[in-house]
Design a protein around this ligand. Structure first.
Ligand code: NAP
Length: 279
């Protein structure tokens, strides 16, 4: 059955791949971007099934208007893909406060804005699926990307809690944790570096930048295949709370679980030592 998918940041990268997959599967699409003209390619493929909207996810009122337009056109929203986001790639101290504000305004509060607008619709429908695109950087901390990791851990934690709140209404929530996917993520057109240069971090930051430059447009992950995987998850009766996308993501997640289990085990005596007050 045709569903209606609402995808943010759909003009390029993962959002475009997910949109292509959903379109090929016969679904209706509400695709949004800060650059409306860049959505024309999707619109041209199936004008009767695609609504293209201008949307900056940091603008809460615009998010509400976009969901209203989606309802006017298709009458429902079955799947929300909170995809829009970017990487603030610098060690914490080299970021300015405004770098942190912008990272969270987009990667975290942008997700909240769309959830605020879409969840009432899904509650009324008593069905829906929210995919929040987090990252492997939301599973394991990565030096040189403190703010990005903080934002994606926030998305993962939010998704876990939200899923417990909305399951009663038939709404599924999945935090998607991609590894490296071939998009503009590491490109100068998307990634942001810190606004401060501190001598102590010069060599470290040079490595972060060199690694981003070397990895740019070389990632193994295929955005279209991620879209196809999300179609499989959306059709599943019991979709996962977390989905690691890509072999690299699977390894990061598995290694992190092992490290966490070993650390808990090593310190379990001290962990238990803080009990003591009786009821
Ligand atoms: N590629 C990876 O390796 C990877 C891995 C893990 C997680 N992710 C996550 O995947 C998501 C998509 O990134 P990508 O890899 O596809 O990178 P990308 O090619 O750079 O695309 C980023 C998308 O986010 C949009 N965006 C950024 N800020 C926005 C805002 N304020 N309002 C609306 N749209 C905004 C961009 O819109 P414009 O076109 O208007 O700039 C663009 O469509 C992000 O959340 C990212 O953190 C990516």
């Amino acid at each position: 059955m045709a569903e209606t998918w609402f995808i943010t940041g759909a003009a390029r990268g993962l959002g475009a791949g997910i949109a292509e997959a959903a379109l090929a599967a016969g679904h209706n699409l509400v695709v949004s971007s800060r650059r409306l003209e860049a959505l024309q390619r999707l619109l041209d493929q199936a004008p009767e099934r695609v609504l293209a909207l201008h949307l900056d996810v940091t603008d809460e009122a615009a998010g509400a208007r976009a969901v209203e337009a989606a309802l006017q056109r298709f009458g429902r929203v079955d799947v929300l893909v909170n995809n829009a986001g970017y990487g603030q790639l610098a060690p914490f101290e080299e970021n300015r406060p405004e770098d942190a504000d912008k990272q969270f305004a987009t990667n975290v509060f942008g997700v909240f804005n769309l959830c605020r607008a879409v969840l009432p619709v899904m509650r009324q429908q008593r069905s829906g699926h929210v995919f929040n695109i987090s990252s492997v950087a939301g599973l394991a901390g990565m030096g040189g990307a403190a703010l990005y990791c903080a934002s994606k851990f926030a998305v993962a934690g939010f998704s876990e809690a939200l899923s417990q709140e909305v399951a009663q209404f038939g709404i599924h929530v999945t935090a998607v944790e991609p590894g490296g996917f071939r998009t503009d993520f590491l490109d100068a057109s998307s990634a942001q570096f810190g606004g401060r240069n501190l001598g102590d971090y010069a060599a470290f930051t040079a490595k972060v930048k060199a690694s981003a430059a070397a990895g740019n447009h070389q990632q193994a992950g295929d955005p279209l295949k991620l879209g196809e995987a999300l179609l499989t998850l959306a059709a599943s009766a019991l979709p996962p709370l977390h989905f690691a996308a890509g072999s690299d993501a699977l390894k990061v997640a598995t290694d992190k679980l092992k490290r966490s289990a070993a650390e808990l085990d090593q310190w379990q005596g001290l962990s238990r030592s803080t009990d003591g007050l009786s009821a």
